[in-house]
Design a binder for this molecule. Structure first.
Ligand SMILES: *[C@@H]1O[C@H](CO)[C@@H](O)[C@H](O)[C@H]1NC(C)=O
Ligand SMILES: *[C@@H]1O[C@H](CO)[C@@H](O)[C@H](O)[C@H]1NC(C)=O
Length: 498
């Protein structure tokens, strides 16, 4: 069957299957969006005066570390296909688009002494065209791509980089703040502080027992400074938040409840506790564990930095809504109690993580489809942090190339049902859902081998042709109607299209 025909058929079933009363509908003001990030889609890495980022440098120096030895020099070339991408967003009928600004495209030196005319022009066009299309921009200020010039100063381990981030933020607020109403300071600090300073991601540092915590500390400082800059010094017209990430951490057995909660505190609480808890500061379990292990390892002070009382105070309450990226779930059990000679985040956290092999998975080693985990993490945030408003800034799944992405339809449908239950039955205050991603993109160390797009990108074609997958038709129906199709309609589709 032709894809176009299939998509029409898909809509006939979804749009008319079942009466309104049987359908699950989201609250009136609930919003649907999609997400991307600059490095993963833009390409044009050296266009005009754009500066080099740590991901440019890392993928150029270490192609062997990327699964398929590719880089994002061109990627989906969204820099040159901006209007086409906006057409896709209109086709989907989403209410907002979450994208990120490449720091080194706007500030080629990394510092605010030089502002790129071409960089500003690109994002101005993107923002203006989105608004003209009736789509709200939701801007991530930092999505992993630190200017290399700042990495040369030590990157996020250097406290001064927090000040340079604030300078960059000021430029963004002054330049785009008249039209952008939603800002996200940082995307997934847990992941980039751990994988960048104690794993395989750029900038490729290997010191999770030290640098990872310095990174987190300076990110939190930069976030607080930027929040106060926005609300106290700018003519703020919107909201500002940070996006934190965690897969649901489920206790493997009843005896592993402490271990599971410790994992949640190390992964999510690390950033959420200083911002969202009543008492502020790092989670007590992190403070206690890392202080104790540091002592046993014979260090004169804790490897986890200490906030001043003023910093603790200035961090509290610095989100207008909390951003959540979540994809999957893990089973957590208690780790061994050894104190390793070489300090590490893993030894400090001290848990084993695994997944149940019966949980469905498509093209990712870790991303298993576990919708009940989604409902649980939303409830955990509600209970732990006194019911804050939440926006799901990323959720999605990767597949192999191809347009018949039935497993993606299942994933989104299952997660939206879990989300609906969390909102309607559990009264979790979720305001929006953002699918990752609009189009296929450069999946960091997985290169182009994993595809997350509602639209497939034909990387071999000269114009990087975008083609809707079945999931685009599914998601568009949800975004336009704010209701889910009946389970019968989804089953019918699965059976007829598999
Ligand atoms: C930009 O990078 C490409 C490789 O992606 C290279 O072929 C080209 O020469 C570079 N252009 C400039 C102006 O440096
Ligand atoms: C995902 O698919 C690609 C082919 O596009 C393949 O090379 C890769 O091994 C797959 N990864 C997993 C984890 O299944």
């Amino acid at each position: 069957m032709e894809v176009a025909i299939r998509i029409i058929l898909f809509c006939v079933v979804l749009c008319h299957g079942g009466t309104f009363a049987e359908k699950l509908c989201f609250p009136k003001n609930f919003l649907f969006g999609v997400s991307t990030s600059a490095f993963q889609i833009e390409g044009a890495w050296n266009y005009s005066d754009k500066g080099e980022s740590i991901w440019d440098r890392y993928t150029h120096q270490h192609p062997e570390r990327v699964f398929d030895h590719t880089n994002a020099d061109v990627a989906a070339d969204s820099f040159h296909h901006l209007r086409e991408d906006i057409k896709l967003l209109k086709e989907l009928g989403v209410q907002y688009y979450r994208f990120s600004i490449a720091w080194s495209r706007v500030l080629p030196t990394g510092f605010s002494n030089v502002v790129s005319t071409d960089g500003v022009k690109y994002y101005n066009t993107l923002i203006d065209e989105l608004i003209a299309a009736g789509i709200k921009p939701l801007v991530t200020m930092y999505h992993y791509d630190l200017p290399q010039s700042l990495q040369d100063l030590g990157g996020w381990t250097n406290p001064a980089v927090a000040d340079y981030f604030k300078d960059y933020a000021r430029v963004l607020f002054n330049t785009f703040g008249d039209r952008v109403e939603g800002w996200i300071t940082f995307n997934e600090p847990y992941t980039f502080c751990l994988s960048g300073y104690g794993g395989n991601d750029a900038p490729g540092m290997q010191s999770s027992g030290f640098e990872t915590y310095l990174c987190g500390h300076n990110i939190l400082r930069a976030h607080a400074m930027t929040y106060h800059l926005y609300h106290n010094e700018m003519d703020a017209r919107g909201f500002i938040t940070i996006t934190l990430d965690m897969s649901w951490m489920e206790a493997a057995t009843k005896d592993d409840e402490d271990a599971a909660e410790r994992a949640r505190q190390f992964i999510f609480g690390w950033f959420a506790h200083p911002i969202l808890s009543k008492e502020g500061d790092y989670p007590p379990v992190m403070r206690q564990r890392i202080d104790e292990l540091s002592r046993k390892q014979n260090f004169p002070r804790s490897r986890l930095p200490v906030f001043t009382p003023e910093e603790v105070k200035s961090l509290k309450g610095t989100v207008d809504i909390i951003g959540l990226n979540t994809y999957s779930a893990y089973l957590v059990s208690e780790g061994h109690s050894k104190v390793d000679k070489t300090p590490s985040f893993q030894n400090d956290m001290n848990v084993y993580l695994r997944q149940d092999p019966t949980w469905p998975r498509s093209n990712s080693s870790w991303l298993r489809d576990v919708p009940w985990g989604f409902r649980k993490i939303l409830n955990w945030i509600k209970e732990t942090y006194n019911n804050p408003p939440i926006v799901v800034t990323e959720n999605g799944v990767s597949t192999v190339p191809g347009l018949k992405d039935v497993s993606r339809v299942s994933y989104i449908d299952g997660h939206l049902r879990a989300l609906h239950a969390a909102i309607v039955e559990d009264k979790v205050d979720v305001r929006g859902y953002t699918y990752w991603s609009l189009i296929d993109n450069f999946e960091w160390m997985r290169g182009f081998s994993e595809r997350f797009g509602l639209y497939e990108v034909d990387y071999a074609s000269a114009n990087k042709r975008r083609t809707p997958r079945l999931s685009a038709a599914y998601y568009s129906n949800v975004a336009r109607t704010s209701c889910l199709p009946t389970p019968q309609a989804v089953t019918w589709l699965r059976n007829h299209l598999q």
